[in-house]
Design a protein around this ligand. Structure first.
Ligand code: URA
Length: 463
């Protein structure tokens, strides 16, 4: 073994393990809880101690939840947040794409309704020379999940082992898989505790949770889409901006380029909500067939992709990036790239042209306006809850979902509607679920005589 290889193994493989297995005998969890309670900044070693000991079941849940609540109340400094992220990254496996020379990039969204930008921007970026190893999630609560959408495609396999995952990223340029147990296991345990002890909505805890999983992918560039509005995890703009800044700070302190975009999630993105309906909509955008009502989806996907291209030095500026994106849409190479990925992950690529091969609901119901006027509100949360009742979403991660159901949105904020115009095309399989969902869909719309401006799609880009 060459001296270079020995040094490499020491730096990349052994040191992170040693640093995660530090001598922790000098610490007591009680002192650390009290320090956080009294709002005194914690050291890297104290935070490492908490993460390591809790992951190894050496700290009781009641003490860990007390510590997390102290963080919720007193927050964390940027240094503490970065230490926590780093400790959670080192609790598991870190992917290594060193043999690939192209930039390794990914994008993550804090979750929205009709948010399918990953499925559009990933093949665009891959067809422009970036490598996109995307680890995605399933829909939970009101937000949809990329993995569920992909599983609408017959045979699509989101469970690739790490060798296949790397090979597909290398050969195709993009591969989308589910979270594996060995990536940031500390986050999994801490998140589960936060969920039952009232500390989910803490900016440093959310930021470190998301960033630990993403940074374990071994990325050069991460673009974060922080949603704000009625259908977002964080609803008010100021807090969404704080989250975006916290994630960018983590990137800076841990040497990964992070671009954070704050984007609107008051109304659903695009026209489709529901798994197979969203796949069809993505194919329309990738084929350059964008319709009225889908411009926000196209524009946000292209903006996120352009930031990935610029940050990875594949485009000089926004205009250059958008020109390149339009080229791969117009010449069909972005769509072909998506097809290639589907084939590599055992999906039936024929369904990307023949949509009747995707799961299709048995019935359609058309929700119509009961008066004329302008759409002032189209509440993303109510559309998501209605769609979830039809069967497209889950309350707990074990729930089964119906990939065929959902809605097509005909009218969005600031559109004029005549009395009896169609607002929603509802795809359903079960009459009783439709009845229950309808009250949410009806409540989602507010139609008034006065018009309002459509909410600005992109509120902020932190480069
Ligand atoms: N998503 C995550 O992965 N973690 C959080 O804390 C919140 C949303």
């Amino acid at each position: 073994m060459s001296i270079f290889k020995k040094v490499y193994i020491l730096l990349v493989l052994v040191l992170p393990i040693l640093s995660f297995c530090e001598d922790n005998s000098q610490f007591r969890i009680l002192d650390i809880i009290a320090k956080k309670r009294d709002n005194i900044e914690l050291t890297k070693k104290e935070i490492n101690y908490f993460v390591q000991e809790y992951t190894e079941n050496k700290i009781e849940d009641y003490q860990a939840s007390s510590f997390l609540m102290a963080i919720f109340i007193n927050s964390m400094t940027p240094d503490e947040t970065a230490y926590l992220t780093n400790a959670m990254i080192n609790s598991g496996k870190i992917l290594n794409f060193d043999e690939i020379s192209d930039p390794i990039v990914d994008k993550h969204s804090t979750g929205g309704v009709g948010d399918k930008t990953s499925l559009i921007l990933a093949p665009i970026c891959a067809s422009l020379g970036l490598k996109v190893p995307m680890i995605s999630g399933r829909g939970l609560g009101h937000t949809g999940g990329t993995l569920d959408k992909l599983e609408s495609i017959d045979g699509f396999n989101v469970n690739q082992d790490s060798e296949n995952f790397k090979q597909i990223v290398k050969d195709v340029g993009v591969c989308i898989i589910g979270q594996t147990k060995d990536i940031a296991p500390a986050d999994k345990k801490i998140y589960a505790l936060r969920d039952v002890s009232g500390s989910v909505e803490s900016i440093p805890l959310i930021a470190s949770s998301i960033m630990s999983k993403k940074m374990a992918e071994g990325l050069d560039v991460l673009v974060m889409d922080v949603k704000t509005g009625k259908g977002a995890l964080i609803k008010d703009y100021e807090s969404s901006l704080k989250l975006a800044i916290a994630m960018q700070n983590i990137g800076e302190k841990l040497n990964t380029k992070v671009i954070a975009i704050v984007s609107d999630m008051n109304q659903p993105l695009g026209m489709a909500v529901g798994n197979s309906l969203e796949i069809i909509e993505c194919m329309q955008i990738l084929k350059g067939e964008c319709q009225k009502g889908q411009e926000d989806l196209r524009d946000l996907s292209f903006t996120l992709a352009s930031q990935m291209l610029i940050a990875a030095n594949k485009a000089e500026n926004e205009k250059d990036a958008i020109d390149k994106i339009n080229r791969v849409i117009n010449d069909g190479s972005a769509f072909e790239k998506f097809k290639e990925m589907v084939k590599a992950q055992n999906g039936n690529e024929k369904s990307l042209d023949d949509y009747s091969l995707l799961p299709t609901a048995n019935f359609k119901y058309f929700l119509k306006a009961t008066k004329s006027g302008f759409v002032n509100t189209l509440d993303a949360m109510k559309i998501a809850l209605g769609s979830s009742i039809l069967g497209s979403g889950r309350k707990t991660i074990e729930d089964e979902i119906d990939l065929s159901v959902g809605v097509i949105i005909y009218k969005k904020i600031s559109d004029f509607v005549e009395d009896s115009d169609i607002l929603l095309e509802i795809h359903y399989n079960d009459e009783s679920k439709l009845k229950e969902a309808l009250s949410f869909f009806e409540d989602a719309y507010e139609i008034e005589d006065e018009n309002v401006c459509s909410p600005a799609l992109i509120k902020k880009i932190l480069k």
